[in-house]
Design a protein around this ligand. Structure first.
Ligand SMILES: Cc1ncc(COP(=O)(O)O)c(C=O)c1O
Length: 417
């Protein structure tokens, strides 16, 4: 089948996914339900890949953004590798068929059990976040008579200018080793028997919407890579992290080309391959959360509450970060726009999915989509209020299938005695 539309667009009066009816999906699977466009996921991955041109690079998709098996399998088929931030993400990646040498392992608090497992697997790199962690990895590897492949996560003291909860590159943030300390550490890493430094790593934050922090991080990485070379450390690659933002509200954001060019330009003199760890920019726009209006009630003289069946339990970002997601009815009704406060069903006043939205008139039973929910959506869902995790559906080549079923009451009780 030839796809005429990729992603979420209006076909006649109805919002569709790759031309497939969202109304039909909601009818068959119920709501709330996550719906992903395989075509859009492929397109975004390929666009990012192409943006690096012929410069040697590897895309290590960040599982933390969304690691539903069918989605990571699709990315694997396109050539993606993995950025994992827990042993469990490492194991999910292995269950999806990724080799240990396709996995980099991040995270500011890795337990000894996790580190031992990572050393045993001989991952592409354990990205260490402190001198203490470096010492723990070294001791574990020495005990096992192994050589652990490590990367050092540098804290470059760069302001990502993103939400404070997802800015990670400032000195005051808990992540990485300060650049000056890395400078001093590098010459001491030569000739160690139980660790091999294979890369330097930066990740200054997520949802970065301006180029400056990206350029600054790339330059810092290039400087440190040069210093490593001068100190006689032969790096295998540099890891530039993830972080590229997406346009939740229609505002401008850097393109994949801008992002890749900044790294290639800064790092070309090092001649080292570039690893990137994107999550949101690949999968964010490729998913929506589909929900149904449960109730309407007056709010102020000019606005109404629209209570929908998806809230902070299914999509935590609005409650957690005050994040904006575009919300629109699947089938727009005729009539002037009205003001709605779209709220979830959870027993918290903070459970607001969209504030003061001007939408065509809603009626109880109508379907709405919450856009750009592919990243940090289903992965952050919880069972608060004993709400089951929502189903997830993948639309591909004109049809769709359930890639994660909705939790049942039996699932909810399965761990309890
Ligand atoms: C170390 C690391 N790498 C990659 C990512 C993915 O970031 P993003 O989804 O913004 O591309 C994150 C998320 O913040 C991260 O912490």
């Amino acid at each position: 089948m030839t796809l005429h539309v990729i992603g979420f667009s209006r076909t006649s009066d109805e919002l569709t996914c790759d031309g497939v009816s969202l109304v039909a999906i909601a009818k068959a699977e119920g709501t709330p339900v996550y719906v992903y466009s395989a075509a859009m996921l492929r397109q975004r991955y390929r666009d990012l890949d192409a943006a690096f041109g012929d410069y040697p690079h590897a895309i290590h998709y960040a599982f933390k953004a969304n690691s539903t098996r069918a989605l990571v399998a699709l990315l694997k088929s396109l050539g993606s590798c993995v950025d994992a931030v827990s042993m469990w993400e490492v194991e999910v990646a292995r269950a999806a068929g990724f080799e240990p040498r396709q996995i980099v392992f991040d995270g500011v608090g890795k337990s000894d059990v996790e580190l031992e497992h990572a050393v045993d697997l001989d991952l592409k790199a354990i990205n260490v976040e402190s001198a203490g962690e470096l010492a723990r990895v070294e001791a574990i590897a020495a005990r096992k008579s192994a050589v652990a492949r490590i990367a050092i996560r540098v804290n470059p003291d760069i302001d990502a200018r993103s939400h404070p909860h997802i800015s990670t590159g400032l000195k005051i943030n808990k992540f990485g080793i300060p650049a000056d300390d890395v400078h001093a550490l590098l010459p001491t890493l030569n000739g160690r028997t139980s660790i091999r430094l294979v890369a330097l790593h930066v990740h200054v934050g997520s949802q970065i919407t301006s180029m400056e922090p990206i350029r600054d991080a790339a330059l810092k990485l290039a400087q440190l890579a040069q210093h490593a070379k001068d100190a006689g450390v032969a790096l295998e690659y540099v890891d530039a992290g993830g972080g590229l933002g997406i346009s939740y509200d229609g505002g401008p954001v850097p393109t994949f080309k801008d992002y890749a060019s900044a790294f290639v330009e800064a790092l070309r003199p090092t001649r080292l391959p570039i690893v990137v760890e994107p999550g949101r920019s690949i999968i964010g726009p490729a998913g929506v959360l589909l929900a149904r209006v449960l109730d309407l009630k007056p709010r102020t003289a000019t606005s109404e509450f629209a209570v929908i069946d998806a809230g902070m339990t299914e999509l935590m970002r609005p409650a957690l970060y005050n994040a904006f997601h575009l919300i629109e009815p699947v089938c727009a009704r005729i009539g002037g726009v009205r003001q709605y406060e779209l709220v979830g069903p959870v027993c918290e006043s903070g459970d607001v999915v969209g504030r003061d939205r001007m939408l065509t008139p809603l009626e109880v039973g109508d379907l709405v989509v919450i856009r750009d929910a592919g990243a940090y959506g289903s992965v952050m869902a919880s069972n608060y209020n004993r709400r089951p995790l929502p189903a997830e559906v993948l639309v591909d080549n004109g049809s769709w299938r359930v890639i994660r079923r909705r939790q049942t009451l039996a699932d909810l009780l399965a761990l309890e005695s």
